[in-house]
Design a protein around this ligand. Structure first.
Ligand SMILES: [Zn+2]
Length: 289
């Protein structure tokens, strides 16, 4: 099942994390779903949806993430019209896809294309948790694969922001197949000598964590992101031995060597640019030779 997001409430106006509609037009204040403190909506926007009191990184839509990450007017979207079919004739799947499209304005749980970060070209993909929990079905996997292949073909770095509850159950094995397919595409980047940077955002779980997300050259994460395979409740039901309360946080997995660095949202763009500048130089030389 896709994870359900927490819902915060703006004073007077509901603030729906699921749809990421945090427009300031409806009210001057909102309440942080983590620390419960009241925040000026303008401050919340200027702080990139990070709570100024507790530092909680609230979820962003794919469009919002792109807007704060890449250079203005450089993003060229690819494969925007790809839409999932209903190969298993799964009950209510077409209706759920249609409702998610209406809610989010995107056709699947990921937006992909080419862009520049501090004038450095990248092939980029950004997951959108508000679309069916960011779940990876056949379209999602195909767009990830094409993002990695574009990077390899053009000799530019691949940058992928992950936000997913895992594989999409409505497409069954076709969803699980995307794990192998996307992981194989990462190898094409390796063969081409281009770097691949993965960023775990809240949440990065299950089939996504167990495939393309975890095999990047550099893995970053936003603070306190939920990162894991099976959720804590499932682990307990399966009789897994006692685990620390924070065992699926970015901080815990970082301390156990599963990712390279935890980066505050305000520093993500400059950090990516620095990495691309350092790691991408060899790839560009190779691509241009
Ligand atoms: Zn807070």
């Amino acid at each position: 099942m896709p994870l359900r997001p927490t819902i915060s409430f703006r004073v007077g106006v509901s603030y729906d994390v699921l749809s990421n509609r945090a427009s300031t037009s409806g009210g001057a204040f909102l309440q942080c779903s983590n620390c419960k403190k009241i925040i000026f909506s303008v401050d919340f926007e200027q702080n990139l949806h990070v709570c100024p009191y507790c530092g909680h990184h609230h979820r962003l839509s794919a469009r919002h993430r792109l807007a704060i990450t890449v250079d203005a007017d450089t993003f060229v979207e690819h494969d925007a019209d790809l839409r999932s079919g209903d190969p298993l004739i799964f009950p209510d799947y077409p209706e759920k896809l249609s409702a998610a499209e209406t809610k989010t304005g995107v056709h699947d749980a990921i937006v992909t294309g080419l862009a520049e970060i501090e004038s450095l070209p990248v092939s980029i993909a950004v997951s959108d948790f508000s679309f069916m929990g960011g779940s990876m079905g056949s379209v999602n996997g195909e767009k990830i694969t094409r993002t990695l292949e574009r990077a390899a073909e053009k000799g530019i770095p691949a940058v992928i922001f992950c936000a997913s509850g895992g594989a999409r159950m409505q497409e069954g094995l076709l969803s699980l197949m995307q794990m192998a397919k996307t992981t194989a595409a990462v190898e094409r980047c390796r063969d081409a000598g281009v770097p691949y940077i993965s960023i775990f955002t809240d949440p990065t779980m299950a089939g996504v964590l167990a495939s393309y997300a975890s095999v990047a050259d550099v893995i970053l994460a936003e603070p306190k992101s939920l990162i894991g395979f099976a959720g804590a409740r499932v682990s307990k039901q399966a009789g897994v031995s006692k685990v620390p309360d924070d065992f699926q946080t970015a901080e815990f997995v970082h301390s156990h060597g599963m990712l390279d660095r935890i980066v505050h949202r305000k520093e993500m763009r400059s950090t990516l640019a620095t990495l691309v500048r350092i790691l991408g130089s060899g790839a560009r030389q190779k691509g241009s030779s």
